[in-house]
Design a protein around this ligand. Structure first.
Ligand code: IMP
Length: 203
């Protein structure tokens, strides 16, 4: 089974390869979108992580072969007090040309007056796998609390503000190995691995 990753992110590609290796799924080979012309620009017009993940995977599909499969992910942070925002707009919450710092500052300022105990939030990740006769999504989440100030220098995005329930350290303070055990993306990947294992055993 041949899977192309609908993303330009090499980090996601290696995460996926490691997950396949750990799951012992030798029958699955993962390739970069670069091998089939690169990831095209996609307008993320969907109203859910699922819809946007499918849009990204479908956007790459015409560039590859019919027998192959195409995998993408869409993710973000949902803050309870902000009615689930930034959600699908996590990457561009402070504006279309914004960066992680601007997004974090916007969230922090909107949450200044919110007391401890009402700062619940979660990261969500949805993976979409598409191919001939197949459209399937796999989701994972990680519950936590939005802090009042930055802690840690690792990771990316909202990591320094996110304290997962399972730890006393933020996602920016824990190692990538630890994050890979509890993160939203790791949980979605786990469900994908289960699906691939079943599918490969049937063939
Ligand atoms: P996407 O790449 O279009 O799915 O955008 C995901 C956005 O959600 C990123 O730009 C980050 O702002 C945020 N995000 C998703 N996953 C994580 C994570 O593991 N840590 C920190 N921020 C994340």
């Amino acid at each position: 089974m041949k899977i192309y990753l609908a993303s330009g992110n090499q980090h996601k590609l290696s995460e996926l390869r490691i997950a396949l290796q750990q799951a012992g799924l030798d029958g699955c080979e993962v390739f970069s979108a670069d091998l089939i012309g690169g990831m095209p620009e996609v307008d993320e017009t969907g109203d859910s992580f699922e819809a946007n993940a499918i849009l990204k995977a479908e956007a790459l599909r015409p560039q590859g072969s019919e027998e192959a499969f195409y995998l993408s992910d869409d993710s973000g942070i949902e803050i309870d007090h902000l009615n689930g925002q930034p959600g699908i707009r996590s990457a561009r919450y402070a504006g279309d040309t914004c960066n992680d710092k601007a997004n974090n500052e916007k969230v922090l300022s909107e949450m200044t007056e919110v007391p401890d105990g009402q700062r619940g939030c979660r990261f969500r990740c949805v993976l979409a796998l598409v191919g001939e006769g197949l459209t399937k999504t796999f989701s994972g989440s990680c519950e936590g609390t939005l802090l009042r100030e930055y802690r840690g220098s690792g990771g990316f995005g909202y990591d320094p503000l996110f304290l997962p329930k399972e730890s006393d350290s933020t996602f920016a303070e824990i190692s990538s190995e630890e994050k890979a055990k509890i993160s939203h993306r790791a949980r979605a990947l786990g469900k994908l691995m289960e699906y691939l294992r079943e599918r490969l055993s049937l063939n």
